[in-house]
Ligand binder design. Structure first.
Ligand code: FES
Ligand SMILES: [Fe+2]
Length: 328
């Protein structure tokens, strides 16, 4: 697994929000996997400079709230519990309904205050919350899921001293692929911009754990927090899926959650291959990450890159990504 050198962690802890070259982006950010949220579970997740408390009611709905109880400020994610559909604060046991209202306590008293919620979406067994300017409502949606049965088989989480945009930009930076990752383009890439979605199609060849591959990939970015890569390997009759979720946890620090799965044509051989391919996809993604990390943690964000001919996708990415920052 990639290790982040201690020296860079110390250096980046000092970056204040005002000094960061890019602010926190608006959009949907991963906070949990559904498989860790059995009904009745309460978890805490870092987001930007604070935390989110994510819980699942007994009936199965997932909710996300700001962490501090409006009564006396206890952290709802530290000892908080679920009672039926309500979240119960660990300090004085006030209960909060799914709409945030305080609805009870052991002696029946309530307080005239409620919890503030995040908008929550579930995609492929992963839970995302919306971060908008001044807590505003979502202005766009994550792509819908064609097959809800496709959920991650393998996953990995790590922290990287960089910004989500720097990680997402890799999807449009083809010139670094052979240099850092030993991947060669077999066909020129095409890219489409559709509002908050940036889609890149590419055919590549290279040497991976599954041997030599010649594959077509579709990379879909939905904002700067969500990347999905479909990697078709016709020779094996499978499509590997890799998700990369970038959740900012400090001004220049990102929690990257990788997950992989594998779709098959349904035959016995390809079904048996699915976990092998998904595991290889995760190992491959971690290998790629290890190759990118020394660049990310030492580079300086360049707001006005001087690009070479043939790097139009990168400049389109920059124009597209500018929509994720509040006007001020
Ligand atoms: S602080 Fe939450 S019930 Fe008192
Ligand atoms: Fe890369």
């Amino acid at each position: 697994m990639p290790r982040v050198p201690q020296e860079s962690i110390r250096r980046d802890e000092g970056v204040s929000e005002a000094a960061a070259p890019l602010p926190y982006p608006i959009g949907w950010f991963w906070v949990a996997d559904l498989r860790d949220l059995k009904p009745g579970t309460v978890r805490r997740a870092r987001l930007m400079d604070g935390e989110v408390v994510v819980y699942r009611t007994r009936a199965g709905s997932v909710r996300a709230v700001r962490p501090y109880c409006p009564h006396l400020g206890a952290h709802l994610g530290v000892g908080g519990t679920v009672s039926g559909e309500n979240l119960v604060c660990p300090f004085h046991l006030f209960e909060f309904a799914p709409d945030g209202r305080c609805v009870g306590s052991p002696d029946g008293a309530t307080i005239p205050a409620g919890l503030s919620h995040y908008e929550v979406r579930e995609r492929h067994g992963m839970v995302f919350v919306w971060h908008g300017p001044r807590g505003g409502a979502p202005t766009w949606e994550l792509p819908e899921v064609a097959d809800p049965a496709v959920v991650p088989m393998f996953r990995w989480t790590g922290e990287i001293p960089t910004h989500p945009q720097e990680i997402a930009e890799n999807a449009s930076d083809f010139r670094h692929l052979p240099v850092l990752h030993g991947v060669h383009m077999a066909e020129a890439a095409s890219c489409e911009v559709d509002g908050p979605v940036f889609r890149v199609r590419v055919r590549s060849t290279g040497q991976g754990r599954i041997g030599f591959f010649d594959s077509s990939q579709t990379i879909v970015l939905a904002g700067l927090g969500y990347t999905q890569i479909r990697f078709a390997i016709p020779r094996l009759g499978v499509v590997a899926q890799t998700w990369g979720m970038n959740t900012p946890i400090a001004p220049w620090r990102t929690r990257l959650h990788l997950a992989t799965s594998c779709e098959t044509a349904g035959g016995v051989r390809s079904r048996a291959l699915a976990p092998v391919v998904a595991q290889a996809a995760l190992r491959g993604a971690i290998k790629v990450l290890r190759e990118d990390i020394p660049i990310w943690e030492n580079k300086r964000y360049n707001p006005h890159p001087r690009l070479a001919p043939g790097e139009a996708t990168l400049s389109r990415f920059r124009r597209w990504s500018s929509q994720f920052y509040p006007p001020e």
